[in-house]
Design a protein around this ligand. Structure first.
Ligand SMILES: NC(=O)c1ccc[n+]([C@@H]2O[C@H](COP(=O)([O-])OP(=O)(O)OC[C@H]3O[C@@H](n4cnc5c(N)ncnc54)[C@H](O)[C@@H]3O)[C@@H](O)[C@H]2O)c1
Length: 257
């Protein structure tokens, strides 16, 4: 039976590109997102047209009951789960200076970007260990989509930076814990990627990329750039590199003189 990959937040953007690329690789796909099914129907059909099975779970990653229901649905439909991609994430609803930003915004971002993925990973990691113990040939992995914001400070969205920095530690924690089961845990740090999330700051980023030259490679990153890195991990190409962090950012975080 084909391997199964769960991609959170794959209704659109980076997650959708990852789901598409993994479908190209022959994975059956589970999409977890908060959109109504009708909103993502065409997108899900696009995945099915690649010849794989697709299960859409309308579920909020920050909600424990939703996570439980989703995992039950996956077990019932496929009876296995080989790859988890923690991709769902949000920016603060408003960018606010850290001298003023609200506790409400902090909680909103942290619950979706950190607490939800952390406990989803705990749950799926246990399921992966179960599968490994039942069959030593089990070859799963976990991929966390963090951000350059894990290391680059933006004081106008401190809560986002904190959530992504913590996700980097989450990668290391699960890599350490799952090492004995040979289940690798990886992290991808996207830079500036053209999606709905960055649509509100297109002008600012156009200026930074094309006039200010903040990137070594002077173009927007595309969701497919992230998807290719995720596919490499999901295929097992770097299976002996647990805890590895790949920056897909056009050289944004490279020091220069
Ligand atoms: N776009 C960028 O420049 C960029 C850069 C670095 C990191 N990232 C990260 O990549 C990931 C994907 O970003 P994107 O640009 O594709 O964003 P996006 O807003 O285009 O897509 C995010 C998807 O996640 C879903 N989602 C939001 N909250 C959810 C929840 N509670 N439960 C389940 N799904 C939920 C949304 O409905 C949406 O379909 C995010 O974690 C983001 O932080 C993006």
């Amino acid at each position: 039976m084909s391997k199964v990959a769960l991609v959170t937040g794959a209704g659109r953007g980076i997650g959708y590109a990852i789901a598409g690329k993994l479908a190209d690789e022959g994975f059956n796909i589970v999409v977890m997102d908060i959109h109504e099914g009708s909103v993502v129907a065409d997108a899900m059909k696009g995945l099915e047209d690649k010849g794989v099975e697709v299960l859409y779970c309308r579920a909020d990653v920050s909600n424990a009951a939703d996570r439980n229901a989703m995992l039950e649905a996956v077990k019932k439909r496929f009876g296995r789960l080989d790859v988890l991609v923690n991709n769902a994430g949000v920016a603060p609803r408003v960018r606010a200076d850290i001298l003023e930003a609200s506790e409400e915004s902090f909680e909103f971002v942290m619950k979706i970007n950190l607490q939800g993925p952390y406990f989803l990973t705990q749950q799926i990691a246990n399921y992966m260990v179960e599968q490994k113990q039942a069959d030593d040939a089990f070859n799963g992995c976990i991929i966390n989509i963090s951000s350059t914001s894990a290391t680059v400070a933006s004081p106008s969205r401190g809560e986002y930076c904190l959530s992504k920095a913590a996700m980097s530690m989450m990668t290391q924690l699960f890599a350490v814990r799952l090492g004995e089961f040979d289940i690798p845990v990886y992290e991808i740090r996207p830079g500036i990627i053209k999606t709905d999330m960055t649509a509100v700051v297109t002008e600012k980023y156009d200026n930074l990329i094309f006039n200010e030259g903040i990137l070594l490679q002077k173009r927007w990153g595309m969701p497919e750039d992230i998807a290719k890195a995720a596919a490499m991990m999901a295929r097992g190409d770097i299976a002996y590199s647990t805890g590895q962090v790949i920056e897909v950012d056009g050289g944004f975080t490279k020091m220069r003189l």
